[in-house]
Design a protein around this ligand. Structure first.
Ligand SMILES: [Zn+2]
Length: 105
């Protein structure tokens, strides 16, 4: 078994914050839950775990551009829906962050 270092640098922390916000927003608008429902909560903890274990750590690019698809197909599909839905909102809420992400493309 290879040793996995858990990522906890500033970039990863920021990504975690974004993912948490995006899933929260998605659930609020799509599922009308003020506290993420079970399904979204599960997706969130999965996403946070993937970030903690991302092999690129602080050097990581946007997950959508990554060549390593570390998500299970199920979760990837759900995450895509979340990103598609919450992405435009994030541009409004966090313009700087979104611009940085776009430049990564
Ligand atoms: Zn939900």
């Amino acid at each position: 078994m290879t040793k996995h270092e858990l990522n906890n640098g500033p970039n990863i922390q920021k990504e975690k914050e974004m993912v948490t916000k995006m899933i929260g927003l998605y659930c609020l608008k799509k599922h009308h839950q003020h506290v993420p429902c079970e399904e979204c909560e599960e997706l969130k903890s999965y996403a946070l775990k993937r970030l903690s274990l991302c092999q690129f750590g602080e050097e990581k690019t946007a997950c959508s551009n990554c060549s390593v698809h570390c998500y299970k197909p199920d979760y990837r599909k759900k995450m895509k829906a979340v990103m598609r839905y919450s992405g435009p909102w994030m541009v409004l809420y966090h313009p700087i962050y979104s611009v940085k992400h776009l430049l990564n493309k």
